[in-house]
Design a protein around this ligand. Structure first.
Ligand code: SAM
Length: 335
């Protein structure tokens, strides 16, 4: 029998106004509010002066930030909450401001979701943030770096590369994963392959992380260029969500061709389970990718496991990152 409990309409109001919260954070991050408060509490007038914003609207923004847990208010004025001082003030190990800036860049694209649905293509050209616009490319690459610092720490512990010597990082973006892996496994060397404008910025990041000797960069197109040979490991992270099944299978074949016997393929990404409708974050992530990449979407992890098995990898399996991370890692060994 059907459950006759009356559904809660408040859920609809929450979902329909969720962007109020997003835009409060995105704007505060963009105008530099958390950096202004890095050294301690300030009153509204001084904050408005530092930001170049009008007094009354600034007060409203500050109050909303307190309500969201981004700021705290006392007699001394407004100060960053622990979360904001850890993750939103530039320079810290857990800084996420660039990743939030990249989400900010995508905000207007979400307002054009209908256009993407009707026309069947993204509203934002990938090329814009992989080379065409220098500013957006920097936001993209540094945003990936922020996220990879957190996700990569987990990945390097989930995947055991003991004894492996050469790793190829396909679509390696900022190079953060390569650096974290070579740090964790002394003796391992990595080659990062990505588009030219991305590889250039990756050079800055790899050097700043002190790993320029252990990570080599190759500018290339992973769909058309040959992968450097004799690898022990191929890592493909954050790439499948922008490619069709056909191209994913092509990448798996290219990885197999460049791996030595016994070599390992590691694919890390956001995937759904077999139903395609959970987890919730992964389904929304699919829409986000629809808006920003020609073949963007989200695959089910078990499909990818099957593609690896079809391509001749043995022991292919998928594992979830520990919550709350939405990522999954799929591994297989070249027979
Ligand atoms: C979402 S990022 C993932 C970066 C990194 N692996 C990570 O997981 O954080 C996807 C990467 O694929 C790169 N990419 C997209 N198309 C490419 C292509 N045809 N050839 C090489 N790299 C490409 C992008 O420049 C970007 O760095």
């Amino acid at each position: 029998m059907r459950n006759e409990q009356v559904p809660d309409a408040a859920t609809l109001m929450q979902i329909s106004t969720a962007y109020w919260e997003s835009q409060t954070l995105l704007t505060a991050n963009r105008i530099g509010l958390f950096a202004v408060l890095a050294d301690g509490p300030l009153g509204t007038e001084r904050i408005a002066r530092a930001l170049g914003t009008a007094l009354r609207p600034t007060r409203l923004l500050l109050h909303a930030c307190v309500a969201l847990g981004l700021l705290e208010q006392s007699d001394e004025g407004f100060r960053n909450s622990r979360l904001s001082s850890d993750c939103l003030v530039p320079g810290g190990d857990r800084f996420l401001g660039d990743a939030i800036r990249y989400a900010d860049d995508l905000y207007t694209s979400w307002g054009r979701l209908e256009e993407s649905l009707r026309e069947g293509k993204p509203v934002l050209a990938t090329e814009l943030y992989t080379g065409e616009s220098a500013e957006r490319t920097r936001h993209f690459v540094y945003g990936m770096h922020n996220r990879a610092l957190a996700v990569g720490q987990v990945l390097t512990h989930l995947v055991d590369l003991t004894g492996r010597r050469r790793m190829l990082d396909i679509g390696g973006g900022p190079g953060t994963y390569s650096v974290l892996f070579v740090r964790r496994y002394p003796g391992l060397r990595a080659t990062l392959m990505d588009l030219p404008a991305v590889v250039e910025i990756a050079g800055e990041i790899i050097a700043a992380m002190g790993a320029a000797d252990a990570v080599t960069r190759v500018a290339g197109d992973y769909l058309t260029d040959r992968f450097p040979a004799e690898q022990d490991v191929v890592l493909i992270s954050g790439v499948f969500h922008r490619e069709t099944e056909e191209n994913c299978r092509k990448l798996i074949d290219a990885a197999r061709a460049c791996l030595c016997p016994g070599g390992m393929l590691v694919i890390s990404d956001v995937f759904t389970d077999g139903s395609g409708v959970s987890p919730r974050f992964a389904t929304l992530f699919g829409l986000n990718m629809l808006l920003s990449a020609a073949d963007g979407g989200v695959h089910a992890d078990m499909d990818v496991v099957k593609w690896l098995t079809d391509a001749g990898f043995i022991g292919a399996q998928s594992r979830c990152f520990p919550p709350p991370m939405p990522h999954r890692v799929i591994q297989g060994v070249k027979s």
